[in-house]
Ligand binder design. Structure first.
Ligand code: MTE
Length: 328
């Protein structure tokens, strides 16, 4: 196998990708990003207590340690197999099996993330510099898709607030927009007009600063597989999954609320906020309950959907006084 060298780190060419070579070596990556105790045979999520202790004091927002740890779920994670083969990533096709098949050769190194707009320190990060901004933590979050299914996923990353603070937003910055990769040469789904590419999402500034909003680089103790949004994506666990944009290339700070891809595609179906809410149905799907992926057997019961996907104690105050039917 021929490797080209990038800052002394070996990466295979996209054409040479093998199941293992598609990602950096698990132990190397975890060691490099500073996650302790990697490489045991245990599921990495079992080690989160160890890691939590290694997060530097003050790494999170004031008062946020308790709101993050109080939100971590002990529910059994969805199998890695399910989480990496049942995906929504329309740039690779609209079938759940498409991303795992077609995203294999997504080129994730080198990668540039541009941070721009209403900030005092606009900057372009490469992946190494970006990952060094904060200590990587493992957090097990529920993921609820607007289509009525859910998973439980152990993510690796850190609070998006670390990046926001490093960018020093100006007083005009009220929204944060996430623009994702749209490369027709690599993404066959771009031939379809199902969305107006690139896929764009956004959060209100206080939502983006909430410690639960996570910038993710890995899952299940490994770097993100392409189909899950390598090399960086969001995990915003109290919102429907489509708010968690994958393969982000640009983060833009804005004074005005931008229109997101899904709002543009179907404004009556998808709102800007898209908080998980069992009392506000989607026109085509009841949101009162959900199917947990992996519990699909004959006798599997649907689970009741929880307000804000179970994170109401942490995020409810962000929406105090708002009519959540109107601002859906
Ligand atoms: N990001 C991009 N760029 N393109 C997409 O099609 N789909 C969204 C979200 N992020 C999507 C995306 C939807 S609908 C969901 S439910 C989640 O990614 C799915 O994430 P997963 O496949 O890792 O479970």
């Amino acid at each position: 196998m021929n490797f080209h060298r990038d800052r002394g780190f070996a990466h295979p060419r996209p054409s040479e990708i093998t199941p293992r070579g598609a990602y950096e070596n698990r132990r190397d990556w975890l060691r490099r990003v500073g996650v302790a105790a990697a490489g045991t045979g245990l599921g990495a999520w079992a080690l989160r207590e160890v890691r939590a202790a290694s997060v530097p004091a003050g790494a999170a927002l004031a008062g946020s340690r308790s709101s993050v740890s109080g939100a971590l779920t002990m529910e059994r994670p969805t199998s890695r197999e399910d989480a990496t083969t049942y995906n929504n990533f329309y740039e690779f096709g609209t079938d759940k099996a498409d991303p795992a098949q077609r995203a294999r050769s997504l080129r994730t190194q080198p990668w540039a993330l541009s941070v721009e707009g209403e900030v005092k320190r606009p900057r372009t990060f490469d992946l190494d510099a970006l990952q060094r901004l904060a200590a990587i933590e493992e957090r097990v979050y529920r993921l609820r898709c607007v289509e009525g299914w859910s998973m439980v996923i152990p993510w690796l990353g850190w609070s998006l607030s670390h990046l926001i603070k490093a960018a020093e937003p100006t007083g005009n910055a009220k929204f944060v927009q996430f623009v994702t990769l749209a490369d027709a040469a690599q993404m066959p789904g771009l031939r379809s007009r199902v969305l107006d590419w690139p896929y764009v999402e956004a959060l209100r500034m206080d939502e983006a600063m909430h410690p639960l909003a996570m910038l993710v680089f890995g899952m299940y103790g490994e770097v993100l597989p392409p189909q899950n949004g390598a090399p960086l994506r969001l995990a915003v666990p109290w919102k429907y999954g489509f708010k968690s944009a994958k393969s982000i290339v640009r983060i833009r700070f804005l004074a005005q609320q931008p229109t997101t891809s899904w709002e543009k595609a179907a404004p009556s179906e998808y709102g800007f906020y898209s908080n998980v809410n069992p009392h506000v149905d989607h026109p085509r799907w009841s949101q009162a309950s959900e199917r947990r992926i992996g519990e699909d057997g004959l006798f599997a019961k649907k689970r009741p959907t929880l307000m804000f996907n179970g994170y109401e104690a942490q995020v409810g105050t962000l929406y105090a006084g708002m009519d959540l039917k109107k601002f859906f």
